[in-house]
Design a protein around this ligand. Structure first.
Ligand code: C5P
Length: 278
């Protein structure tokens, strides 16, 4: 049944167009400079006030997430209630994004949950208390809560919006290997290769890098094949791994070129999503 108070929020996948690791901090986290961008493809979170709390999971990656036994959606809802009250809710998550894959699926879900709860209970989406909750839930959650192209510093929570590349065709490719973010960061070689540049976003992204690619490729060699396959496609403007992997993305000059690449790669045992930048 459709309750009039149902709020549905998209949870778009996050990309790191560039990710520069600058140094390891005393608290164990790494100081980053990263260009966050979002695509149209993602999960969906539906929230409705209820007598008692419930959480349901659906979609192609629901079984993988269910097996983990913990998720950021219910944690986000608990934190929201501690801060703002608002009673019980039934929350439904449609899980279309691969889990532990560098495109912020869990972070996007948490951010969408916070946005939905905020909308239901009259909290402004830019309320700093929401961002404090997001920050406590994970390094990428504030960026997902902001949900727009931005330069991130610190753990990724210090955000400065930048002009995006809205509508640019994107192909996401994941080789089906889950990688642990903590393990990938532990594999970073400790060399600061310098800051992200400034200027036109595409130029800056292309002039940048993902410093987590080498340690991720060492842990999951399947990433090599994905990056090699993307790099040789017609019309590719940039091919790179996102976050700590293993999902890689390619930006294309035209939708036709993106669709041709998707058709070429469809024969492999890879997860693909043909989408666009938001
Ligand atoms: O913040 P989040 O829980 O998403 O981070 C997962 C793990 O990734 C952390 O425990 C840490 O090992 C690593 N990490 C890091 N530096 C960052 C973000 C994450 O070392 N800036």
């Amino acid at each position: 049944m459709h309750d009039l108070r149902t709020v549905t929020e998209q949870a778009p996948a996050k990309l790191n167009l560039a990710l520069h690791v600058r140094h390891r901090r005393p608290d164990g986290y790494h100081e980053l400079e990263t260009l966050f961008a979002f695509v149209e493809h993602g999960d969906t979170v539906r929230v409705v006030p209820a007598e008692t709390d419930s959480f349901t999971l659906d979609g192609p990656f629901a079984p993988v997430l269910a097996a983990e036994g913990d998720n950021l959606v219910t944690r986000a809802a608990t934190r929201f209630r501690e801060a703002f009250g608002g009673g019980a809710h039934s929350i439904a998550l449609e899980k279309r994004l691969p889990v532990a894959s560098g495109i912020g699926g869990g972070s996007a879900d948490a951010a969408a949950t916070l946005r939905a709860l905020a909308a239901l209970h009259g909290i402004a989406p830019e309320d700093t208390r929401l961002f404090a909750i997001a920050d406590a839930l994970g390094s990428d959650v504030p960026a997902c809560l902001l949900g727009r192209t931005a330069l991130g510093r610190g753990r990724g929570e210090q955000l400065a919006p930048v002009a995006g590349l809205s509508g640019m065709p994107v192909l996401l490719v994941n080789p089906g290997v889950a990688v642990s973010t903590a393990a990938v960061f532990r594999g970073w070689d400790g060399v600061d290769r310098g800051p992200i540049g400034s200027g036109d976003l595409l130029d800056v992204a292309r002039g940048g890098r993902n410093d987590l690619e080498p340690p991720a490729r060492a842990l999951a060699p399947a990433i090599d094949a994905v990056l090699a396959a993307l790099a040789v496609q017609e019309g590719v403007l940039l091919a790179r791994m996102s976050g700590s992997g293993a999902t890689c993305f390619a930006l294309f000059d035209t939708q036709t070129a993106r669709d041709a690449a998707a058709a070429t790669l469809a024969g492999r045992d890879w997860w693909l999503a043909a989408t666009r930048l938001r």
